[in-house]
Design a protein around this ligand. Structure first.
Ligand SMILES: Nc1ncnc2c1ncn2[C@@H]1O[C@H](COP(=O)(O)OP(=O)(O)OP(=O)(O)O)[C@@H](O)[C@H]1O
Ligand SMILES: [Mg+2]
Length: 375
């Protein structure tokens, strides 16, 4: 090798700096920090990099390839770049898991989330009121507000969120750590990813709580500002278990405009109280139809619920067929058409929720009036 070409070669520091800009798309950290760089070889003007992946057949290989090409192709003296892949050994996986877990200032047993992450459960007293649609669109809204956002689809009966957010890849499991798939900056985990169609039985028996606890503590969320949880409909065992495993979660209760909200309010309030979750407010969904303003499902339900629970009515989301159509396409309306009336109202809802963030260190949970119960 001539002296000249030797001088032109990048220094080890330059190579490390360039590799530090290659980010794992799911773990959102540099490959250098994750211990994924297995080998780097410089021969003349060619540089060959070997990345150790967590699983074989990782669907995100392409992203690594592109990033390595971009970051290392720009180094002085380098003309061609090649990327090879290898698989982490069990020891490497264990080291990676330990490193990632080390950064989390754990809340308690149960969900492995940093204390600073706000957990917002979207709940209702009954099914079909639009919880999942609102959860998916609220996630899109928080993302637009610049929050690092995660979505936990905890509906063991339905799990419709992956479809609504257009997430088709499966989670990656590394040494018992479950890495949520991403849609751009949004992280998504669904209990449905781990359920076979014939499994719902398990979600009723005594295994339920333990299975949920195991699942929640194995998911690696990384750094999040807000985690939205699509709760199962109703206030049964699953909801109560979840409430206990999501310490310091706050609840947004969704209802439809029918004024018969009283019963729903009682159940939702009781569940929140049992599990020590704070009620943030109520949301009325499927309110007056966009355009005509026709009140297809009646009116007054949101006000009645908010009044009964003594919490604010945070928003009234209009009935808009496009909310359903866009969800069916895997494109939340808030992303697809941010100017649509329903999108604007959901953005306002996200801002209203963000404004209620409880002051840091003020661990006081407002005691809830249980409607209908004698006090
Ligand atoms: N504001 C709205 N305008 C029009 N359609 C809506 C609206 N909100 C929800 N929908 C539609 O209503 C149906 C039920 O919504 P969704 O699945 O979100 O409810 P859910 O409360 O999650 O139901 P489940 O209890 O079954 O989980 C869906 O087809 C959805 O697209
Ligand atoms: Mg649902």
């Amino acid at each position: 090798m001539s002296r000249l070409s030797a001088m032109q070669q990048p220094t080890p520091q330059q190579i490390t700096d360039a590799l530090a800009k290659v980010i794992d798309p799911e773990l959102k950290k540099p490959v250098t920090e994750l211990g994924m760089v297995r080998n780097v070889d410089v021969e003349g003007t060619h540089i060959a990099v070997t990345i150790a992946l967590t699983v074989p057949g990782c669907p995100l290989r392409h992203s690594f390839e592109e990033q390595v090409q971009r970051e290392l192709g720009g180094l002085s003296g380098i003309e061609t770049v090649s990327t090879d892949f290898d698989i982490m050994s069990p020891e490497e996986k264990a080291a990676l898991t330990a490193r990632l877990r080390g950064g989390v200032n754990a809340r308690t047993k149960g969900i492995s989330l940093d204390r600073s992450t706000r957990v917002l459960a979207v709940a209702s007293g009954k099914g079909g009121v639009g919880k999942s649609t609102l959860t998916a669109n609220l996630a899109a809204a928080f993302d637009r507000l610049g929050h690092r956002t995660g979505v936990l689809d905890a509906d063991v009966y339905g799990h419709s969120i992956p479809h609504m957010l257009g997430v088709h890849q499966r989670p990656v499991v590394v040494d018992r750590m479950i890495v949520p798939p991403v849609r751009d900056d949004l992280k998504l985990m669904s209990i449905g990813f781990f359920l076979d169609e014939n499994e719902p039985v398990m979600w009723r028996g005594p295994m339920l709580h333990r299975a949920l606890e195991q699942f929640l503590s194995d998911v690696h969320w990384g750094e999040l500002d807000t985690l939205l949880v699509d709760m199962p409909p109703g206030t049964g065992d699953v909801s109560i278990s979840l409430g206990q495993l999501l310490p310091r979660a706050e609840v947004v209760v969704v209802t439809t405009p029918q004024p018969a909200a009283q019963q729903v309010a009682v159940r939702a309030a009781q569940m929140a109280q049992t599990t020590n979750m704070r009620l943030v407010g109520a949301v009325e969904n499927m309110s007056a139809l966009v355009g005509s303003g026709e009140e297809i499902f009646g009116s007054g339900g949101g006000e009645a619920l908010a009044g009964a629970l003594d919490v604010p009515l945070l928003a009234k989301i209009p009935l808009d067929p496009r909310l359903r159509e866009s969800a069916d396409r895997g494109e939340p309306l808030v992303w697809e058409d941010p100017e649509a009336e329903a999108s604007l109202e959901i953005m306002r809802l996200a801002e209203a929720i963000a404004a209620t963030r409880r002051e840091e260190g003020l661990g006081i949970v407002k005691s809830l009036p249980v409607v209908g119960a004698s006090s």
